[in-house]
Design a binder for this molecule. Structure first.
Ligand code: SF4
Ligand code: SF4
Length: 297
């Protein structure tokens, strides 16, 4: 048994877990902190509007609802500017590191692959429907907690009882669609994603393949393609000018860098995916995804 383990162990020093999962750890930390902030800020009335009771709170101080709405508009403007600034610096960083919807869609995508694949049983599919519904409700509650006292949903006498339920059901329906389709939401439908594709963008750091390698060096590995949340080919997407297949769609998540390092260092080889500031020149065959050596099986 011991001999077997010794045979399987790679014959080279292995990087730490941190080195091979750096972007995954940092990104998930960022997402979770944002979601915690979205829960804590209205719950502790650091910033909250309560439409149902016609009042608002800023830093724990009760203010007129008009003042509260003013603060929301300012926050919304700040948010829109932040998205543009991040987009100008490094593309859709907002989607890959900040947006709670992006995080939820990514987690859902993992469940979708587990429960809603072509070989999934009816029971697994049902599980996925239920899971998507629960996540959509929780996600809607997260946002309604900003604009109302959630108890309004139980007080029939409150004039906002019916309108709030109406708005809540509509919002949950949209969120259900979002979480059910997983990461396809970010790729195709998300208005913030579309907004970032059409506003000016720049990528200071671009993920791509090291200049000395070509597609044949990957052999049969497709790990970075399989794990890219935006369904891109990370090795060459930075050369492509396309809303869905090119750099406009990249959320600068770094997953391709992490994954390639995991795969290659296990085989005692240098990782092929890196961040670059300047893209090395490539011939059109590489950009089109053509292999130089014909594949023989
Ligand atoms: S290409 Fe790399 S950095 Fe861009 S979205 Fe895909 S995995 Fe993330
Ligand atoms: S993970 Fe690395 S080795 Fe595998 S396909 Fe991507 S670039 Fe090639």
């Amino acid at each position: 048994m011991q001999k077997h383990i010794a045979q399987d162990a790679p014959a080279c020093p292995q990087p730490s877990f941190w080195e091979t999962h750096k972007f995954e750890i940092l990104r998930n930390t960022s997402y979770i902190l944002i979601i915690l902030a979205l829960i804590i800020l209205p719950t502790f009335r650091i910033a909250k509007i309560d439409i149902a009771h016609n009042e608002a709170w800023i830093f724990g101080k009760q203010v007129d609802i008009v003042q509260g709405l003013g603060a929301v508009i300012v926050a919304g403007g700040f948010f829109a500017i932040l998205v543009i600034v991040l987009n100008l610096i490094n593309g859709r960083v907002f989607c890959g590191w900040i947006c709670p919807g992006g995080f939820v869609a990514e987690v859902q995508e993992k469940f979708r692959r587990m429960l809603y694949g072509p070989r999934s049983s009816k029971f697994q599919r049902l599980e996925y429907w239920i899971l998507s519904f629960v996540v959509a409700v929780l996600f809607a509650l997260l946002f309604f907690n900003w604009i109302t006292d959630l108890r309004v949903f139980f007080y029939k006498t409150n004039p906002f009882f019916a309108p709030m339920w109406f708005a809540f059901i509509g919002t949950t329906g949209i969120f259900f669609f979002e979480v059910f389709i997983g990461k396809k939401w970010c790729r195709v439908f998300c208005p913030t994603g579309i907004y970032q594709k059409i506003t000016p963008y720049h990528h200071i750091f671009k993920p791509t393949m090291v200049p000395w390698a070509d597609l044949d060096d990957c052999g049969s590995c497709r790990a970075c393609i399989i794990h890219c949340p935006m369904a891109l080919d990370p090795r060459r997407m930075a050369y492509i000018n396309d809303f869905y297949k090119g750099i406009q769609a990249c959320i600068a998540c770094g997953t391709c860098i992490d994954v390639c390092k995991q795969v290659r260092t296990k085989e005692c080889k240098e990782p092929l995916m890196v961040w670059v500031r300047e893209l090395p020149p490539r011939d059109p065959e590489f950009i089109e995804g053509k292999h130089k050596r014909p594949k023989h099986h």
